[in-house]
Unconditional design. Structure first.
Length: 278
């Protein structure tokens, strides 16, 4: 595996070296999963190596990649300065990292979970995403997939618990916003008796927008997005500003829950545009 090495030339008697050491050690630890390692060379014990690198004073710090110096890090004396220089180097060099290796392993598993979820098998998809989270606890797409899979499985309480367990560091990830939307829509699910009453109300009075809206919400919560979208578009076509645009707001929430790049969403957006703009 090709690493980026921080090569620190130091000596026991060097005061500035001792001040710099904690900074180098902390940054190396923070960047370990990105393929960065720290190597320390005592110039008194390794004069030949120091001479090979033309070390004139200490501390001297180089970034080494594939055995060659790629940057002089000596002037980076603070954590922020050193990280900024490492970020630039890592963006330019093909450094292999544990994080990259893990990402490569996880990507096909995420695709598998999404494919299973698209087939409607919520419980199986939830199991796949849960296993990914065990491998990578901070993987936002895996947490989002688990929430959406539990929603698809009808386990709203489980989805709420999964969302509450998302690490704070990734809570703002866009994938989690999609999961929250899916969970919010699922919370609208009525019991079977209420749904039957809504269906009867719409059949008796097609102009009853409230009953149609509530039925659409129930259908969406049950995973029947086509039927739910049809009802919402019907309301928008009949009275687009009904209830302060509630039907359009609900439809947009459905789009976010499904995924704005999803082909189904693109098709429904075209239908909405035809209604709004002709």
């Amino acid at each position: 595996m090709t690493k980026l090495v921080i090569l620190d030339f130091w000596a026991e008697w060097c005061g500035p070296c001792k001040q710099l050491t904690p900074v180098l050690e902390k940054v190396a630890a923070d960047y370990a999963d990105r393929g960065v390692v720290l190597a320390k060379i005592d110039v008194d014990a390794n004069r030949f190596i120091a001479a090979q690198f033309q070390v004139q004073s200490i501390p001297t710090v180089y970034a080494i990649f594939q055995g060659q110096p790629v940057a002089n890090l000596t002037n980076a004396r603070t954590e922020g300065q050193l990280k900024a220089m490492l970020d630039q180097l890592l963006a330019q060099l093909p450094v292999e990292s544990a994080a990259g290796d893990l990402a490569a392993q996880i990507a096909p598993l995420i695709d598998m979970g999404e494919a299973v979820l698209a087939e409607g098998d919520g419980p199986r998809a939830a199991n796949i995403f849960a296993q990914i989270i065990e491998m990578a606890p901070d993987h936002a797409a895996a947490h989002a997939g688990l929430v959406r899979a539990l929603v698809a499985a009808g386990d709203v309480a489980g989805a709420e618990a999964a969302l509450a367990a998302v690490p704070e560091a990734i809570a703002a990830d866009p994938a989690l916003a999609q999961a929250r939307s899916a969970l919010a829509l699922a919370a609208d699910a009525p019991d079977a008796g209420e749904r039957a009453a809504l269906e009867a109300a719409v059949a008796a009075d097609p102009a009853d927008h409230q009953a149609r809206f509530d039925l659409a919400a129930a259908q969406i919560a049950a995973g029947e997005r086509d039927a739910g979208a049809d009802h919402l578009l019907h309301i928008i076509a009949a009275e687009r500003d009904w209830n302060e645009g509630a039907a359009r707001t609900k439809l947009l929430a459905l789009f976010e829950a499904v995924g704005l790049e999803d082909p189904w969403v693109a098709a429904q957006r075209r239908r909405l545009s035809l209604i709004l703009f002709g």
